[in-house]
Ligand binder design. Structure first.
Ligand SMILES: [Ca+2]
Ligand SMILES: [Ca+2]
Ligand SMILES: [Ca+2]
Ligand SMILES: [Ca+2]
Length: 717
């Protein structure tokens, strides 16, 4: 692990690859940067970055672009409410507010851990910020604390918050312990920066514990990705020092940290890490300062939601820190006999099944055998590193003689790679017995190398992704959400899109993703002219029916995963999966409407049609506007719901509207062999540059494009 590897804290210690490939929804590189309206705020930091369970606390929020008029805060998960503390502003002034106060109210039963939040403003909804919910009181860095003499005194347990705010900053805190006391120090800093859109340079913290003479007793650089974790038993009572700095002695005003310091157990994993719905199991705790009672008996109700989650497990009179657990929709079997290193000694399982086990020592290899008939298709997915296991899984399917049939090391979901493994749509080559073999890529092992393997029949299905996590609307204008499908296991059908959770005053027209090679569909949103400023999180879904030869139809449903884009050093763009896609209605801005001469275009194969477009410019707005029907950046297309064979004919279109020009046109052309299609939904987008890389997009009402069947040759004569 090193500091340039990026992470997602909720998914644990995975060894991600950085993916540069996908610039995103608001990307526009032009030489002449004529910016018009102000961008929505991009959140940069929160001070303090942690809030305590059961408390109300005030925080300073910093951004790029103004937060003037901020009116709402939304936070992921249950039990945390946020509100803007109205800033004092002199009447008639419009300051560029890049720092405001915000209040969080954390319920006493709120789950500790990291939450995402955003704020709503007249210029739109912000990018994501992050907040740590902690069990212990927050102690903040005060004044100059760069030397042991000036260390800030703290009372334990505490959640120590501060910032590595400038180059060569070193922060000292002092505390007293009893002889023999063991403390746990958990730093969250680098992991809180992954989703910060415009931060670019990230911290690499290192934590040291020093005695009264300044001698280093113990240090940690990277435990959870680049963030330190350590636990230490103090032999002697007395005063000690905690020191935190960037390992390279770099600094940045936005580099906030939270260090949870306490003497309670710290659970990193449980074994088995998964349990079936309706099943019961005994979880063995893995971690530090484990209590005498180091397991918990848990019974899972049948109505429990399935999937990867974080639980506080019973521990004596209290509960553990939130611990990763998977609740499975499959029956779960646990590794029984540790002598299972070869197909001959494999534990037999009957597919479909969930398997949970552990690479308990170096060089351990675990095999599970199963029977399959020729032509049966199965998929095998490892869930481990994504849920804080230490394993970097390596998965193979072997035949009964141990010959390798297929393998996978790292998987890819949408725009990201994960170090968990995935073998999809494997077909049994003959009737017989086969083996699933799992091990660590580097043949490491240990108590925290737990894993869960889902072995399922490969059914036709699809995943859905949304290139952005927010859609900015203004009264009377439209917006568009492009949804991309990845089809699996032979699914080729059409996908009907859906959306739920729209704010009042917003209507949606949900398009579809066409069958076969169709990749994108769109949802076109329209805000009423009198729509009030508001925010709402939406859920975007896709529904399809797969017809088997001679079998019952299969109904398929999937929900779209939104991505928050980040601006990387050097101009590359990264994507982080986000829990929420937020729709914002802001104040009217540069463009007040996008009108088309027609909304239902019918083309014969080989035919072209021109559509006139009229935009309504706000008074005084004279910057360039570009028109398009697909979402592009340079040569890449990120959203294109046009039917196959229908394109925008650039030479026959006027898409650049300069100065006060309000009228343009596009020409759509169908190729001679374009397949017939009825009313496929697209829209016309009017784009305004916000800054060097971002643009604001205004969408027309839906435009439906049909291609008529070509006339049979006989009828042409
Ligand atoms: Ca500092
Ligand atoms: Ca580090
Ligand atoms: Ca094992
Ligand atoms: Ca083994």
């Amino acid at each position: 692990m090193n500091h340039i590897q990026h992470s997602q804290q909720s998914l644990g210690r995975a060894r991600w690859l950085i993916l540069w490939a996908q610039p995103t929804f608001l990307l526009l590189l032009i030489a002449d940067v004529a910016t018009a309206q102000t961008s929505y705020p991009m959140l940069m930091s929160l001070k303090p970055v942690a809030a305590q369970v059961g408390q109300i606390s005030e925080h300073t929020l910093k951004s790029r672009y103004t937060m003037l008029g901020a009116y709402d805060v939304i936070v992921t998960g249950e039990g945390v409410k946020g509100e803007i503390i109205p800033p004092e502003i002199k009447e008639g002034e419009k300051p560029n507010l890049q720092e405001i106060k915000i209040r969080f109210d954390v319920a006493s039963d709120a789950l500790p851990g990291v939450r995402d939040f955003r704020i709503g403003t007249p210029t739109g909804v912000s990018t994501l910020g992050q907040l740590v919910i902690a069990a212990d009181a927050v102690a903040q860095e005060v004044g100059a604390n760069d030397t042991r003499d000036k260390a800030n005194a703290i009372t334990l347990p505490a959640t120590v918050c501060g910032a590595i705010e400038k180059a060569e900053d070193v922060d000292y805190f002092k505390f007293t312990v009893e002889a023999g006391q063991t403390l746990s120090f958990h730093v969250r800093s680098q992991r809180l920066q992954d989703r910060i859109h415009d931060l670019q340079q990230h911290v690499d913290p290192i934590l040291s514990i020093r005695d009264g003479n300044g001698t280093t007793l113990v240090a940690s650089d990277n435990y959870f990705f680049a963030d330190p974790y350590l636990h230490y038993q103090f032999k002697h009572a007395g005063e000690y020092f905690l020191e935190i700095r960037d390992v390279r002695y770099q600094g940045n005003q936005y580099w906030e940290y939270a260090i949870e310091v306490h003497d309670r157990p710290f659970i990193t994993n449980v074994h088995p890490m998964a349990v079936g719905r309706g099943q019961q199991t005994k979880f063995e705790f893995v971690g530090y300062q484990l209590p005498e009672q180091h397991d918990a008996f848990v019974s899972i109700p049948l109505n429990k939601p399935t999937g990867a989650q974080w639980w506080e497990l019973p521990l004596g009179e209290s509960v553990t820190n939130p611990t990763p657990v998977v609740v499975s929709d499959l029956p779960v079997v646990t590794e029984r006999d540790l002598e299972n290193n070869t197909p001959e000694t494999a534990q037999y399982v009957s597919l479909p099944v969930g398997i949970t086990g552990r690479i308990e020592s170096e060089s351990d290899i675990d095999c599970y055998s199963f029977a399959a008939m020729k032509g049966e298709r199965f998929s095998f997915e490892v869930i481990a590193r994504r849920q804080q296991s230490a394993i970097d899984s390596h998965l193979r399917i072997l035949d009964a003689t141990g010959k390798q049939l297929t393998l996978n090391d790292d998987m890819r979901i949408g725009k990201r790679n994960f170090s968990d493994s995935l073998i999809e749509n494997w077909t049994a080559p003959a009737d017989g017995t086969f083996a699933i073999e799992i091990r660590d890529l580097h043949l490491r092992g240990g108590a925290d190398f737990v894993y869960f393997v889902r072995a399922t029949r490969s059914l036709p299905s699809f995943d859905l992704f949304v290139d952005t996590d927010k859609t900015q609307l203004t009264p009377g204008t439209g917006g568009v959400i492009f949804v991309r499908a990845e089809r699996k296991n032979g699914f080729t059908g059409e996908i009907q899109l859906g959306i739920e959770g729209l704010p009042t005053g917003v209507e949606a027209s949900c398009g579809r993703i066409l069958s076969d090679k169709g990749q994108d569909g769109c949802v076109v949103l329209t805000a009423a002219a009198d729509a009030k400023m508001s925010l709402a999180n939406v859920r975007i879904s896709g529904h399809a029916t797969h017809i088997f030869d001679g079998g019952d139809p299969l109904q398929i449903e999937a929900f779209a995963l939104p991505y928050q884009e980040t601006y990387q050093p050097g101009g590359g763009r990264g994507h982080w999966p986000a829990e929420m896609h937020t729709i914002s209605i802001g104040e009217s801005s540069d463009i007040l409407g996008v009108a088309l001469s027609e909304y239902d275009v019918r083309l014969k194969p080989g035919e072209s049609k021109k559509i006139d477009i009229k935009i309504e410019r706000a008074e005084g707005f004279d910057k360039n506007v570009t028109l398009d029907v697909t979402y592009n950046h340079l040569s890449s297309v990120y959203g294109d719901s046009l039917p196959k064979g229908v394109t925008l004919d650039k030479p026959k279109s006027k898409t650049l509207l300069t100065g006060k020009t309000a009228e343009g046109h596009i020409t759509l052309t169908a190729t001679k062999d374009a397949a017939p299609v009825e009313r496929q939904q697209i829209c016309v987008m009017a784009n305004v540059s916000l800054n060097f890389v971002m643009k604001a997009t205004y969408a027309s009402k839906p435009l439906f494009v049909s291609v008529e069947a070509s006339e049979p040759e006989s009828e042409k004569k």
